[in-house]
Design a protein around this ligand. Structure first.
Ligand SMILES: Cc1ncc(COP(=O)(O)O)c(C=O)c1O
Length: 367
């Protein structure tokens, strides 16, 4: 009988963590502070320390709101254009639309990252570019910043998937004018609900971001700009403070398991394996393979109880709200050939070996 291997089962977190989270919940219940307060402040500080730069961190409601607030803080809106990769989670373009600007899509490279050779889609209306550190792999940030700065184009990093990755000694999310993070439960650092954050090294921008998150108030009852309620739940900040302590250990486990996949799956059938997943500028968020036999392989694994996922099956310019007639050959090819194998810190080595065995079996190899 096949023992099922889920793509990610968050209930498998170890008992020590569960106990610490329960303790935190009960502590917060006793204190009775559920909005703002010391857990939120502590999380901003802890998270900033983790980023290891002069990052000024503003915790917020979720990653999508973080992107929207970053755009608003940089005064991007009606009539402006923002460059966005064709293959990403919908939020990247959704946030651009929400502020009234126009997402201008560019193709990805063959690995799924925004193709920096195609940045010439720039127009006089281009106000920002949103690189996405897709699957946890960072875009070449120095290259992008060197291109954007002289043109006055703002860089907003969509780092929903890349927390923990470091390029040339600098953390993902700390390269651009603003970095946006998601703590959606399935992320490498996930809350027990919805949460996100923004980071910037610009003090004035940080003040504005904090105001936008909290009804445009620098202090209570003083509304200086039109803002939102995009505050983080205090309880999520409390949970994140606990989970941040486990993050390094989980990252090591991810890399360890990713190395096993790489070792065993190299030169298997037509598989293309994730590029540089063991490097420091990849946080091993997802293990994404490419194959022309995606649906057959997915089906085979499913039959064996192994759950896989697709990130993502449709490129944004093919969706009704974001429609574009342009062609995006790399992104289109990826959307039809990518398959994410299970990779998370709650998996065992044997489970990874079982996935490998079944993938090899699919390609007619048993050793
Ligand atoms: C690339 C990317 N951008 C933005 C988001 C939005 O984050 P959230 O789900 O917290 O709104 C996500 C997360 O799902 C994401 O993967």
């Amino acid at each position: 009988m096949n023992v099922p291997i889920p793509f990610l089962d968050l209930s498998l977190a170890d008992q020590e963590l569960k106990t610490a989270l329960e303790r935190k919940f009960s502590e917060m219940l006793s204190k009775g502070i559920f909005s703002g307060g010391e857990e939120v402040e502590l999380f901003a500080k802890n998270f900033g320390n983790f980023l290891g730069t002069e990052a000024l961190v503003s915790p917020c409601s979720n990653g999508t709101d973080a992107l929207e607030i970053a755009l608003r803080a940089l005064e991007i809106g009606n009539g402006d254009e923002v460059i966005v990769p064709a293959l990403t989670w919908v939020s990247t373009a959704e946030a651009v639309k929400l502020v009234g600007a126009k997402p201008v899509f560019i193709d990805t490279d063959p690995s799924g990252l925004m193709d920096l050779n195609l940045l010439d889609k720039v127009s006089p209306n281009t106000k920002a570019v949103i690189p996405v550190h897709l699957y946890g792999k960072m875009v070449e940030m120095k290259h992008l910043i060197d291109w954007a700065r002289p043109k006055g184009i703002k860089v907003i990093e969509d780092n929903a998937q890349g927390f923990g990755a470091i390029q040339d000694g600098k953390s993902a999310g700390c390269w651009g004018d603003v970095g946006c993070f998601s703590f959606y439960p399935t992320k490498n650092l996930g809350a027990l609900g919805e949460a996100g954050a923004l980071s910037t090294s610009d003090k004035d921008l940080s003040i504005k971001i904090n105001m936008l998150i909290n009804h445009g108030q620098p202090v209570r009852d003083q509304h200086e700009i039109v803002g939102r309620n995009a505050r983080i739940d205090s309880i999520q900040a409390g949970f994140l403070n606990i989970k941040l302590e486990y993050f390094k250990k989980w990252q090591e486990k991810r890399k360890y398991l990713a190395a096993i996949y790489l070792d065993h799956l190299s030169e298997t059938g037509d598989l293309i394996l994730p590029y540089s997943i063991l490097d420091s500028d990849h946080n091993a968020h997802l293990f994404v393979i490419q194959t022309a036999f995606r649906s057959e392989l997915k089906h085979h694994l499913q039959q064996k109880g192994i759950q896989t996922s697709i990130h993502y099956p449709t490129i944004l310019p093919k969706m009704v709200p974001y429609h574009s007639n342009d062609r995006f050959p790399n992104a289109e090819k990826l959307a039809s050939s990518i398959l994410s194998l299970p990779l998370n810190p709650f998996m065992t080595k044997n489970e990874v070996l079982k996935v490998i065995y079944e993938v090899k079996l699919f390609y007619g190899k048993t050793s």
